[in-house]
Design a protein around this ligand. Structure first.
Ligand code: BT5
Length: 245
């Protein structure tokens, strides 16, 4: 499987902003105005960075990479999650390549070092457009108080320093390759997924599931085997990695 879009996801057009409320909001608006696939926006600072489910993405002073990418994948809606998985994998590879820090993926798309979050991804859609936004913590002196115990940064993990542009370039190159080969993406994503084989609790809107995370299917859904009963297929939720029972 690949994204059949004749090389148009080569990311040649990069918009650089000093400050914006949210790079995702900005790019979604451009998408609605007809901006082409492959458009990238990066910002130095965000005043209202978005997380999932109405949460916020904090960007303390210091270098964080804040980037959103516009894609118009010719994939049916049920298969679109793969382009988001590819972004997580591409960023994990880019960070490792440029800084030496090895991050793992927590389902669906968090990048973790140990149990702390190095990067988060938010995908939002409008019509045929998907905006994939990623925040990566790069050169932080300290973890801000409100993220104590939750977040980490390349600098705090002893990584080699890399500029935002170096990480961005490595990411866009890798992302482009993965979008050309989505079958490889699924397998490589599974290989980087710390969640697989772990005992997890998945919190969904209305309920939680506890069990072993056994696989991820081609739609990006997480398959969890509870202690009793059948495997549960989970499309969206928050995962907590638990200690073995
Ligand atoms: C995410 O949400 O992890 C998605 C974050 C996406 C941010 C990027 S930045 C560029 C683009 N433009 C945007 O407006 N957004 C995207 P979620 O899984 O809901 O995680 C949010 C939670 O992570 C918060 O409630 C905090 O607990 C924690 N958090 C906030 N800022 C963080 C940071 N810088 N590093 C690590 N954790 C953070």
């Amino acid at each position: 499987m690949n994204v059949p879009n004749d090389n148009s996801h080569r990311f040649v057009d990069i918009l650089r902003l000093d400050e914006v409320d949210s790079t995702n909001r900005y790019l979604l608006d451009r998408a609605r105005e007809g901006a082409p696939t492959g458009l990238v926006v990066v910002a130095d600072r965000q005043s209202a960075g978005r997380g999932r489910l109405g949460r916020t993405w904090e960007t303390p002073a210091g270098a964080s990479l804040l980037v959103s990418v516009l894609l118009r994948p010719e994939l049916d809606a049920s298969h679109r999650q793969i382009v988001v998985m590819a972004a997580a994998l591409a960023m994990a590879d880019a960070v490792q390549h440029t800084t030496g820090v090895m991050a793992e993926i927590k389902w669906p798309n968090d990048l973790l070092v140990g149990d702390k979050k190095l990067a988060g991804i938010l995908a939002e859609s409008s019509g045929d457009a998907v905006v994939v936004g990623i925040g990566v913590n790069l050169a932080w002196d300290v973890v801000p108080q409100e993220l104590e115990g939750i977040a980490t940064a390349v600098s705090l993990e002893g990584g080699q320093s890399a500029t935002r542009d170096e990480v961005l370039e490595a990411f866009l190159t890798r992302y482009s390759e993965l979008l050309d080969d989505l079958d490889v993406t699924i397998q490589s994503y599974r290989d980087r997924l710390a969640t697989l084989g772990k005992r997890v609790r998945v919190d969904r809107n209305d309920s939680s599931v506890v069990g072993i995370a056994v696989d991820v299917d081609e739609f990006g859904h997480l398959l969890v085997q509870p202690d009793t009963g059948d495997v549960v297929t989970i499309a969206a939720g928050d995962v907590v990695h638990l200690r073995p029972a």
